[in-house]
Design a protein. Structure first.
Length: 238
């Protein structure tokens, strides 16, 4: 992306939009007239590229691996030339074997999940927060499984749960360090969605989940402060 602006359109940067929930979030924003800069992890063709190839208006695709600092810095330089962001929406997500617990997970798997789901997203927020307008929103995709209070039964995804809880804690630390920041800060939970991870029995389609997430983001724009909300706009217990 080179020197350009997006006129009067609201502008969103959606990180992790190649498929699934990230792609759905991009589609919902485009339907509502946003200009969306959406990222993929590599140059390999994805469903996001298919969406762009369909002639959709207002979509720019960028490539970045959020765990690679050099790539994140380079993307910041490219996006900084454009109009300020109304929404920074970071959608991290990697998983592991569902029934793998802390008793048997390898250090390599633990590091990968934590790096992708917690450290990478928050370092991305730190790098890009200066591009978000004072009236804008910084939103990070968490999960209901990141709730410590609600972790009362065995459902699997133990390391994934830990990574999302870590993400939540890091976002709260970010908010504590920026008490006078007027921007809206959101951790969003998409619900149980029919994705590769969620499985065929999940009650929510990607379209329904992402419509709710974007409704929630738009409804809270300009409110300021940090909240942990689900796709229906309800507060999720920390």
């Amino acid at each position: 992306m080179t020197d350009t602006t997006y006129g009067t359109r609201r502008t969103a940067l959606v990180v992790g939009a190649s498929r699934g929930i990230g792609l759905g979030l991009t589609e919902r924003l485009l339907e509502r007239g946003w200009h969306v800069v959406a990222t993929v992890r590599s140059a390999t063709r994805t469903p996001l590229h298919d969406l762009a190839g369909g002639g959709v208006d207002g979509l720019t695709i960028e490539t970045v691996d959020i765990t690679e600092a050099d790539q994140v810095r380079a993307l910041h330089e490219r996006v900084a030339h454009a109009t300020g962001l109304d929404l920074l929406l970071v959608n991290p997500g990697t998983a592991h074997d569902r029934w793998e617990t802390v008793a048997d997970v390898t250090p390599a798997t633990f590091e990968r999940v934590m790096l992708t789901n917690a450290l990478g997203p928050m370092q991305f927020v730190e790098r890009f927060q200066d591009l978000v307008r004072p009236t804008g929103t910084i939103a990070v995709m968490s999960s209901g499984q990141g709730s410590v209070a609600n972790n009362t039964r065995v459902t699997g995804w133990e390391i994934y749960r830990a990574s999302k809880a870590a993400l939540n804690q890091l976002m709260r630390s970010y908010a504590a360090r920026h008490p006078d920041d007027p921007r809206t800060l959101l951790l969003t939970a998409p619900g149980w969605v029919r994705t590769e991870m969620g499985g065929a029995d999940a009650p929510l389609t990607v379209e329904a989940s992402t419509r709710g997430v974007i409704d929630t983001i738009e409804a809270n724009a300009g409110h300021g402060g940090l909240q942990f909300l689900d796709q229906a706009g309800a507060t999720v217990a920390w």
